[in-house]
Write a protein that binds this ligand. Sequence first.
Ligand SMILES: [Zn+2]
Ligand SMILES: [Zn+2]
Length: 368
Amino acid sequence: MQDYFERCGKINFMKRGGLITLTASGLYCKQGDFYIDPWKPVKKAILSHAHADHAYRGNIRYLVTKSGEQLARIRLDPEAKIATLDYGKTTTIDGVKVSFHPAGHILGSSQVRVEYKGEVWVASGDYKLTPDATCAPFESIKCHNFITEATFGLPIYRWPPTEQIFDEINRWWRRNIEKGKASVLFAYALGKAQRVMSGLDRNLGRVFTHGAVERLTQAYREAGVDLPETTYAGSVTNKKEFAGAMIIAPPSAQASTWLRRFGTQSTAFASGWMMVRGARRQRAVDRGFVLSDHADWPELLTAIRATEAETVYVTHGFAPEVVRYLNETGMNAVPLKTQFVGDDASDLLDEESEPEAISAEPSGITEK
Ligand SMILES: [Zn+2]
Ligand SMILES: [Zn+2]
């Protein structure tokens, strides 16, 4: 990610002596001796959510939200010591007040609020402001220091209304039914797959899942999220059942022989990256649906401004571009390189912050 440094021009590290600092293991609170989403094993890890690039294994103790507990248990070591805290409730760790607040990203996703002697920090993790039937809505929190993501931090990224995208998906499904085709929709297994399901027209037909999707979907149901009935595709013996059905699978299933069982099929991919020129062709799918679990450009600015933070730390994706924009509009913002993306890219494939996609050029820029 040398390119990242070049785009930043300079990297300003966090103020020395601040409540949260950046260390080789991740965001660290010295007073409470805990880390937020650490990427190296530590004693006390507070997790914003269960995506692989935030929930690394090997820590001794974890603190997660109550609603994200099952997902964390699926993702972490089976014997991991996981404590939970409800949204809005406060726990005190060596005098430091810690609380979780909904981030609206996936089930159980949270912003981590940390307070010590009147100094308030919020680490947002990943978030979006768009309503999502599968998780609690984003909550805005005032703070002195706000750590924000910038996965889609360019003005070109503006998501169409979710209802419109769900309509497109259902229309595509209906047309495939008419042609006797199965609809194979690729979506990240944790979060996106369940969100797609929540928008499906339940009268159209049956929904089948890949094993990776089914297990996580079950955890969503156990947490009380209303989703259509699904059947694990591997349990089906009569392949005729797949004609006209919807199949939800992770992107990794695309290049596998697993797809053959579905017979004549149309394929699609649901991701914010489908806004990028050429992304659908690059993915070699018939359709691309623009559906993201991250904030788009207007949402990022709305969320950042609402915090009234004195300093904004920006990580992920287009951090240098967001920092430049915030500085130009009179805000104190600095880029923060919170993780060594690229060291193990395969870890990141269950969400949208794919390194390969980040380097792709958005269509609006190439058109200028
Ligand atoms: Zn995430
Ligand atoms: Zn992430």
